[in-house]
Structures are given as C-alpha cells and as structure tokens.
Design a binder for this molecule. Structure first.
Ligand SMILES: N[C@@H](CCC(=O)N[C@@H](CS)C(=O)NCC(=O)O)C(=O)O
Length: 201
C-alpha cells in the first residue's frame, strides 16, 4: 500500500506554495486537498490544525501544521544528511535565521501587502507592510550580493521558505526593480530541478 501524503492548502497561498515547492524539489508525490475558508472553519479541519490555518501536511500518521515546520520535517524525514537542512550548529542557525524572516518580516511585509491588495484586508497597515518589505528585501539583496543562496553556498530550506512571497511581492505593489540580487536569486530558485510555480491567477 502506498504511503498517504496529503497537503491541505490553496493554490494561491504562498505558505502552501513553499511546501508544494519543496515536495516537488524532493520529487515526493502527494495529494492536494483544496482548503478554502469554509473548509478551514470545519470541525474536521480544526482537528488537523486548531488554528484553522493552511498549510497542513498529513504524512502517514503525522499531522503537521506551519509551513516552516513542515519544511523542517520534510528535510529531516526525506532528505536527511543532504544540504537542504545543515546539521552543524552554525549551518542550522543560518537556516533558522531565514525561517524567522519568512515568518516575520516576509509574512507581515510582502505577504500581507499581497493579501491586502488581492484578497482581503489583513489589518496590517500598508505603511508597516511596505516598511517591513523594504527592510527584508534590502537585507536579502545585500547578502545575495555576496552569495548565490540565502543561508549557505547551496540551496537550503531557507531559500524555499523565502521564495514564494518574495517572488510574488509585485502583486502587493512592492516592486523588485531596486533589488537586482534578489531578482537573480529568484531566477536561480526557478531554475532548480523540479521547480513548480505558484499561479498568478
Ligand atoms: N505560520 C503559518 C501561517 C499560515 C497562514 O497564515 N496561512 C494563511 C493562508 S496563506 C491562513 O490559513 N489564513 C487563515 C487564518 O489565519 O485564519 C505557516 O507558516 O504555515
């Protein structure tokens, strides 16, 4: 019997996309359970994630919420000992630094600006999301001037976690023109074998 792996999410959710992207980069098959707001409010979904948020990954008996936690799980479960999640203390901390950026500045910056522009009011003031976006994109651009990848000299889950909302930042009115190294990094991520895009519509 095949191992059941189900990703609950929506096709325009960047948090879902970062998990999808990693599943594709690792060439792991999965079923996709579309989970719009009415599904996320259901008791069945809340039993998977009491926060009612996507993504959720069911992998056999494991039920995992939070996109970055799922990236860590997939790296340890399916790519242990590979470069995707370094085990050494400094390498692991460098990856975690960008996972924190993905859950902080990127979520409340470019991700919030995109959601407010395209879907609903997040409650994050536009001036704050613009300021956070400028802060994190400036940081990324500076670091990517010196290296091809965010946390190491090779791709890691840091790049996977940060990609979706940064690549789609223009949908929230955040131009990437001032950040040439970020744009070159986006192209490098898109050239990875197995890359899958998040739809624009
Ligand atoms: N920290 C979570 C955030 C996930 C998140 O905010 N998901 C959004 C969709 S992109 C969601 O489910 N929003 C509905 C809600 O928060 O009630 C993660 O990284 O997975």
């Amino acid at each position: 019997m095949t191992h059941a792996r189900i990703l609950h999410g929506t096709r325009l959710s960047g948090h879902t996309h970062r998990v999808q992207l990693f599943l594709h980069l690792l060439d792991l098959p999965y079923a996709f359970a579309d989970s719009p707001a009415d599904v996320r409010r259901s008791a069945a979904f809340r039993s998977l994630n009491p926060l009612g948020q996507i993504p959720v990954l069911q992998d056999g008996d494991a039920v995992l919420a939070d996109s970055n936690a799922i990236l860590v799980y997939l790296a340890k479960r399916n790519a242990a000992g590979t470069a995707w999640l370094p085990e050494d203390p400094v390498g692991a901390a460098r990856v975690q630094r960008w996972l924190s950026q993905a859950a902080g500045e990127i979520m409340f910056g470019p991700a919030a600006a995109r959601v407010s522009a395209r879907f609903y009011d997040t409650g994050v003031p536009p001036a704050l999301s613009q300021a956070l976006a400028a802060r994190v994109l400036g940081l990324m651009d500076g670091e990517l001037a010196a290296r091809d990848w965010l946390a190491a000299d090779h791709p890691t889950i840091a790049d996977v976690a940060c990609y979706s909302y940064v690549a789609h930042a223009p949908e929230g009115g955040i131009a990437l023109d001032p950040y040439p190294h970020v744009r070159a990094w986006i192209a490098r991520v898109q050239a990875l074998p197995g890359f899958v895009a998040m739809p624009r519509e």
